[in-house]
Ligand binder design. Structure first.
Ligand code: 13P
Length: 367
């Protein structure tokens, strides 16, 4: 293992307030998103879409790394130039998704275990030869009244750690992605408890499997209430001394700024409790948040805490950067330029969020 190379790559991935763009959706996931927009679900449509992304003007100003899937790393532009060359020429580091997907976990109804360890050493060697310098593996954790189970958390954490150790052996920086899903009615507090347990277990396993923390990046979820969480009643103390009285607020009544700050506070608190200072960077997934909210929440974390944190707080979004561009493109050649501008806009908003300089006004300019 070349320790210095790994540390240097991890630092480059987090440098200059830039982030990562995940464009590694599996073929079925990409097809599902295409189907919703009436785009043909073909190899050629996926290739054309990925060409749109990798040739987006200015992308390298906002991202240090692009995460590809196996299909994409082997593809070329229409003129025959390999994507790998286009990306490298733009000064962007190539990443590769190496898990083979989350499958139903035996004995654990409703839960998933991510597969892909068998044969991974050989696949990593091939990807390194092709130019990849970092990799990604995603574990998914479901929340409901009884989940997640300890068995699911431990098995996924161990797989993440074994993957990370193999990556470092092969000279690739592992992106370690334990995603606590947003689906469900759970509260922000419950998401916080589960995320904390998951991250504690993941770092315990990373230590057990001898992963070098300085040569990895963590890709967690933000701490958020579930997508269908009913309004939470909150009692607040208002006033001073004898004048003090209580008001009851619901989540829906609180304005967006408060929501953004609450998510920022809960997320950073959870990370401070669980992520060792030796880890150079934390690059969030977006998980189904809108592009604007993902930027606003990342911005709030950096505004409120950046100067006090041991690690960089960055982004590794897929949907929160790509979605508007895909909706504009719709599979039509004539929409490519406008789609690329939308992609650049979201990536640029997130770069501003890393600096704590993102504002709603940026959305008006970019609209
Ligand atoms: P989202 O940002 O759309 O959640 O995707 C991130 C990712 O890479 C999932 O593995």
């Amino acid at each position: 293992m070349n320790t210095q190379e790994l540390i240097s790559t991890a630092q480059k991935l987090m440098a200059d307030d830039k982030g990562l763009l995940a464009m590694d959706e599996s073929n079925p996931s990409c097809n599902k998103r295409f189907a919703k927009l009436g785009i043909p679900q073909t190899v050629e449509a996926r290739r054309a879409y990925r060409e749109l992304i990798v040739t987006s003007p200015g992308l390298g100003e906002c991202v240090n790394g692009l995460i590809l899937c196996d299909e994409t790393i082997r593809q070329q532009k229409k003129d025959g130039t390999p994507f790998v060359k286009v990306i490298t020429d733009a000064g962007i580091i190539i990443g590769i998704k190496v898990d083979t997907g989350a499958k139903a976990m035996a004995g654990h109804p409703g839960e998933k275990i991510t597969e892909g360890l068998d044969g991974l050493r050989d696949r990593l060697a091939e990807y390194f030869q092709m130019g990849a310098r970092f990799a990604k593996w995603r574990a998914v954790i479901t929340i409901d009244d009884c989940l997640p189970s300890r068995g699911c958390v431990e098995a996924n954490a161990q797989a993440l750690a074994r993957y990370a150790a193999l990556c470092q052996e092969a000279g690739l920086v592992p992106i370690v992605e334990p995603e606590v899903l947003m689906d469900g009615e759970h509260t922000l507090k419950r998401c916080s408890e589960v995320t904390e347990e998951v991250l504690r277990t993941v770092f315990d396993q990373l230590y057990t499997q001898r992963v070098m923390l300085e040569g990895m990046i963590l890709k967690p979820n933000m701490v958020l209430p579930g997508l269908t969480c009913p309004p939470q009643e909150e009692v607040k103390e208002v006033g001073i001394g004898e004048q003090q009285y209580q008001v009851r607020l619901t989540d829906r009544q609180q304005d967006e700024v408060e929501d953004v700050d609450e998510v920022a506070d809960a997320t950073v608190k959870c990370l401070l409790r669980t992520v060792p200072a030796a880890v150079p960077g934390i690059a969030f997934l977006s998980g189904g948040q809108s592009g604007e909210l993902a930027s606003a929440r990342l911005n709030a974390m950096n505004v409120r805490f950046k100067s006090r944190l041991p690690w960089a707080l960055a982004f590794s979004f897929a949907r929160a950067i790509q979605q508007p561009a895909m909706e504009i493109w719709k599979g039509e050649e004539t929409n490519v330029l406008a789609a690329q501008q939308a992609l650049y806009h979201r990536a640029n908003c997130n770069r501003a969020a890393r600096r704590g300089e993102y504002t709603v006004a940026m959305e008006r300019i970019g609209a």
